[in-house]
Design a binder for this molecule. Structure first.
Ligand code: PHE
Length: 338
């Protein structure tokens, strides 16, 4: 009797599971449920009464097996019910004959697009793209760029200092600040490479300006640096001219106005004629001999030019964006226009 009860339970389990698997509709499944799990007349009831008849010692063992089989079959039934019910629901929810909704794809930020275009153009002129850190020390942001301690550009109120020499990040030896210009990358590149050099570097710079439609305390610059044997100011102008021409897609005029930067000599402001007006696009000049010396180059052997252009300005002018703050607000209604 013990043997036969065990095999009856096994048989029941097998039969119930395959009946459940084979049922093709919820109606089929309901019939299976009544047959195998029905409380009044089902097969499970018959088995239960057999378990009841087992000897007191055997009863706990059979009882456990009985309960296992019962919950396994019940679970199989429930999950089958779920999967039989689902396709019908899904089919009624999705009408594949209707036109689909627009898929809203993301896109690159207009400044990222502009930066990419700048890199592509400069790449065609043989300039390699390099990156520099946004948190800088005074050596790269000022000292090596020939900016003396008393220079107004070093005023703590005109810079975002993050730490002083006394309260510094571990491992740093002096004050650190958010870089105020990408010219820092000129130094980093020259410290590590020998001429000839032809690089551009694009990235964020930080200045505590009062924020308005044309000023932001964070904006982007493209730094350019070319150093080598007999590099001239005429080449500087040619590169900037070719760059502007490539960006606009047609002939354009470039103009230099005398200026001053501690790290270039001579120094110029660069203007470009765009849509009937002269627009200032950045600063440039011949790398100052003091800077070449600071990085260990011999100023009597090599010369170089450097320039720094504002990225936002180009993008604003091209797309007729009248407020620089739009770039940083992450308003999708603005961003999705580009
Ligand atoms: N770093 C200067 C600025 O931010 C621009 C510049 C770069 C000038 C390279 C000369 C040479 O205003």
């Amino acid at each position: 009797m013990a043997e036969s009860l065990v095999s009856a339970l096994d048989e029941y389990e097998q039969a119930a599971l395959s009946a459940i698997a084979e049922s093709a509709s919820t109606d089929d499944l309901e019939a299976v449920r009544i047959e195998y799990l029905g409380k009044k007349k089902g097969r499970l009831r018959d088995l239960q009464s057999l378990v009841g008849k087992a000897s007191p010692e055997e009863r706990p063992v059979f009882g456990k097996r009985f309960n296992d089989v019962k919950s396994k079959v019940t679970a199989a039934l429930e999950s089958r019910l779920e999967s039989l019910a689902q396709p019908a629901e899904v089919l009624s929810a999705v009408d594949i004959t209707l036109p689909g909704n627009d898929v809203k794809l993301g896109r690159k930020h207009p400044l990222t697009q502009t930066a990419q275009e700048f890199k592509d153009i400069m790449g065609r002129f043989g300039f390699t793209v390099v990156d520099g850190p946004e948190v800088e020390d005074e050596h790269h942001n000022f000292v090596a760029l020939n900016i003396p301690p008393e220079h107004p550009a070093r005023d703590p109120l005109d810079n975002f200092y993050l730490a002083t020499a006394e309260h510094n990040f571990a491992g740093e030896s002096g004050p650190v600040l958010l870089r105020s210009q990408t010219s820092t990358v000129q130094i980093r590149v020259m410290e590590q490479t020998q001429p000839p050099i032809r690089i551009v570097s694009l990235g964020r710079v930080y200045r505590p300006d009062t924020i308005d439609a044309t000023h932001s305390c964070m904006f982007h610059q493209m730094e350019g640096l070319m150093v080598g044997d007999g590099v001239t100011m005429a080449q500087l102008k040619t590169v900037l001219h070719l760059f502007a021409k490539a960006y606009l897609g047609h002939e354009v005029e470039i103009r230099f106005r005398p200026s001053f930067f501690p790290f270039t000599e001579p120094s110029v402001e660069v203007d470009m004629y765009w849509d009937g007006t002269w627009m200032e696009i950045g600063g440039a000049g011949m790398v100052d001999p003091n800077v070449l010396t600071a990085v260990g180059y011999a100023p009597d052997k090599v010369t170089g030019f450097a320039f720094g252009l504002g990225v936002e300005r180009f993008c604003m002018k091209r797309h007729e964006i009248n407020d620089i703050r739009r770039f940083y607000e992450n308003d999708v209604r603005f961003l999705q226009q580009f």
